[in-house]
Design a protein around this ligand. Structure first.
Ligand code: SF4
Ligand code: SF4
Length: 261
């Protein structure tokens, strides 16, 4: 797999002629399926799918990113070339598991006994031509829940699929930051600001509006990791697959936290 094709990496893949190097290995029987994972814009994706013949495309597909990062458009570009899809981030780094009360009530009302994780996984798997749904699991309970979801798996009905759009609208109206906690920004930050942790605390605050918990947990971060230590170099944003303007967001969070304290 050509990992993480995006605005910053696409030309490097071209320059080193990676596709043809891998194709040679495929012809030798050392690779069975040759594909790519993608975290760029639809325009780049259009070029990538036309340049070569791919066996699969790994895309970030979930009911929130369907709109937010133009996931629907990306999926359709790949579908037009009839390329099988592997889904990554079906639960958006766990962000679609911890739903706000409003979103959770909406889900429970529409599908009683469905968990947010199960709904998110089933929503992603219900797309046509999806061959695999990847899910990062961090404990045994999550492993069990995922196995249960995909045992005797049934795709969502159209009516239940539409619920994803409604949940997405609720989540987007809460002012959360679209961070998937991939930590690519941490790899390049010269000040080692704990960006994903800060964004996660901010998002939890937007979900539950609990000011004291926000302040309390923010203050458990080391002083050197906090938003006000950012020097605005912008390196993190260049590495962010979600194209977030991280320095600006950190400035807003710093202001927000200081106003709450
Ligand atoms: S802009 Fe701030 S957070 Fe981003 S890499 Fe530079 S110092 Fe780190
Ligand atoms: S690179 Fe972007 S999406 Fe990934 S953890 Fe950092 S801010 Fe979040």
């Amino acid at each position: 797999m050509c990992h993480n094709i995006n605005l910053n990496t696409v030309d490097t893949y071209r320059k080193v002629d990676m596709y043809n190097k891998l194709l040679k290995l495929k012809k030798e029987g050392k690779i069975k399926y040759l594909g790519f994972s993608f975290q760029g814009t639809p325009d780049i994706l259009r070029e990538v799918v036309k340049e070569h013949k791919w066996d699969f495309a790994q895309l970030q597909i979930n009911y929130l990113d369907w709109d937010v990062i133009k996931g629907k458009e990306q999926y359709e570009i790949v579908q037009n070339e009839n390329i099988p899809v592997i889904v990554m981030e079906p639960l958006r780094g766990g962000g679609l598991v911890d739903l706000s009360k409003k979103a959770l009530d909406k889900l429970n009302e529409a599908i009683p006994n469905e968990t947010p994780a199960s709904y998110g996984l089933r929503w992603a798997a219900s797309r046509k031509n999806v061959i695999t749904v990847l899910s990062g699991m961090s404990n045994l309970a999550q492993v069990k829940e995922n196995i249960e979801t995909f045992t005797d798996y049934k795709p969502l009905s159209e009516k239940k699929e539409i619920l994803g759009t409604e949940l997405s609208k609720i989540i987007q109206s809460q002012g959360e930051i679209n961070c998937t906690a991939c930590k690519y920004c941490l790899e390049v930050c010269p000040r080692k600001i704990n960006i994903p942790a800060i964004f996660q605390l901010h998002n939890s605050y937007k979900q539950n509006n609990n000011k004291s918990v926000y302040s309390l947990y923010y203050n458990t971060l080391a002083e050197s990791e906090k938003a006000d230590k950012c020097i605005d170099c912008g390196l993190c944003s260049k590495n962010c697959p979600q194209n977030l303007n991280i320095p600006d967001l950190l400035k807003k969070i710093d202001k927000e936290i200081k106003e709450l304290s």
